[in-house]
Design a protein around this ligand. Structure first.
Ligand code: HEC
Length: 428
């Protein structure tokens, strides 16, 4: 995310008392049963963070005296409203420039708190209605999806399609859930001259067969960007982008000691493929010697088979296109993930049949809803990456926005408007 000069003040969230949100998070951090995932086989990914779900149900501090959340709330409430300062930050975020002199004067000239508030809020509405907002949203979604077209389009794989579509949904005040459910026109073009999005279906990449469109889940640019062995990176993309935390995705409230650690997953240990149900498994997801693979792979393996048939170019093909990382690099087969007869699932007791059902599951998942709102919050407050910098948001802070988002058709644009007009944004 862009951090303009004028936004630096918010970075780190310094409060009057010297508390920072980072310190708060350290206090509130949820105890995670050691799963040894820090030493996972996945190239230095810093895992072991799966416990800090935005849900935070297993917060050990939740039931005693003043909670850290209440403490932080008190500190937040002591701040003073400053619409001039808020305008400056909002303008950098929503219009990618400093406020004009005319805008600054409108706040200065307004009388009383109520007058300044009204002037400020009118300017937020103006910024959200302006052409700059479309460009800012395209940039926001490119950053969020970590994708974007560099140079000319090769083999018909357009890496701007998904961010353009997400920006279009935002700007046009459409539902966030269309990201997971739209069946057509998910690769719009954007014309900077006219500020218009033109609904456009995604082009078929070279060698692709035509399949159903499921929001951005079937987007060729994203499929190409996240191509990797066994399609696990694509599932990771869905998890981290739309749920806002890393694998493990689900933690059981009855962890089971196993091998060198603890199995913390919710799905039955043997519901995925490994030595315990397939002696000649090509990858042993039942391994517990160094790490408990199943802590992450119970969920990963129940989704990944949906993503195996897109090739490196993001072209959907008739059979699996991703490899098993063993000598000879064979293409995957379903049995590499799940034993015979085991069905796909998004979460425990959330069965899947196809990509469209994954889209439905995401659209209905409260963690996905919360993640969307928390991304807006972090963007407004210039906080770091919600997944990699542990910039998680206390549930109580964003709950009112989550409730409104849910009740009002999950319009991302309205949440942006609400957060930029909120007390938390206008107080310093
Ligand atoms: C902390 C969660 C976690 C644990 C524990 C874990 N994995 Fe993974 N694994 C992942 C994720 C996430 C990916 C996708 C990484 C990517 O490509 O970005 C992955 C990728 C993989 C891949 C494909 C990567 C490649 O290119 O080779 C294999 C194979 C794999 N895991 C096997 C295992 C095995 C076997 C174990 C246990 C010994 C294990 N994993 C433990 C999360 C985990």
């Amino acid at each position: 995310m862009k951090k303009g000069k004028g936004t630096m003040r918010r970075t780190g969230w310094s409060f009057h008392s010297g508390w920072t949100l980072a310190a708060f998070i350290a206090v509130a951090a949820v105890a995670v049963p050691a799963c040894g995932s820090d030493e996972g086989p996945n190239g230095g990914r810093d895992d072991g963070t799966g416990g800090d779900t935005p849900g935070g149900d297993n917060d050990p501090n939740g039931s005693t005296g003043t909670t850290p959340e209440e403490e932080i709330r008190k500190i937040l409430d002591q701040r003073k409203t400053d619409y001039g300062e808020a305008l400056r930050t909002a303008s950098l975020k929503l219009a990618d420039r400093l406020p004009t002199l005319e805008q600054i004067k409108r706040i200065e000239g307004a009388s009383g708190d109520a007058g300044k508030k009204a002037a400020y809020e009118a300017m937020i509405d103006e910024m959200i209605a302006a052409p700059e907002f479309s460009r800012v949203m395209i940039k926001f979604w490119k950053d969020t999806f970590r994708v974007g077209q560099v140079g000319g389009i090769q083999n018909n794989v357009n890496k701007d399609g998904a961010p353009n579509f997400a920006a279009q949904l935002t700007v046009e005040g459409r539902s966030y859930t269309e990201l997971f459910t739209a069946t057509d026109n998910t690769c719009p073009t954007y014309d900077g001259e006219t500020n218009e999005f033109t609904p456009t279906p995604c082009a078929l990449p070279t060698n692709a067969i035509e399949g159903p469109t499921v929001g951005v889940l079937t987007d060729p640019g994203l499929q190409s960007q996240y191509y990797a062995n066994m399609a696990f990176r694509r599932v990771r993309f869905v998890q981290e982008t739309f749920v806002c935390n890393k694998f493990p995705a689900e933690l059981s409230d009855k962890p089971v000691p196993m091998g060198s650690g603890t199995y913390t997953g919710t799905m039955p240990f043997k519901s995925i493929t490994g030595a315990e149900n397939k002696a000649d498994a090509r990858v042993d997801f039942h391994d517990t010697k160094a790490v408990i693979c199943a802590n992450c792979h119970a969920n990963l393996n129940h989704v990944a088979p949906l993503f195996t048939n897109w090739d490196e170019n993001g072209a959907l093909r008739n059979g699996p296109q991703v490899k098993v990382p063993i000598p000879g690099e064979p293409n995957v087969a379903r049995i590499d993930f799940l034993p015979e007869g085991e069905g796909l699932a998004w979460r425990l007791n959330k069965p899947l049949t196809d990509m469209a059902s994954l889209g439905q599951a995401l659209a209905a998942d409260p963690d996905v809803t919360r993640c969307a709102v928390n991304r807006v919050w972090n963007y407004a407050m210039s906080r770091g990456d919600i997944v990699n910098d542990l910039a998680t948001v206390p549930e109580s802070v964003t709950q009112p926005f989550v409730d409104k988002f849910t009740a009002n058709g999950r319009k991302f644009k309205e949440t942006i408007r609400d957060v930029f007009k909120s007390e938390d944004f206008t107080k310093f």
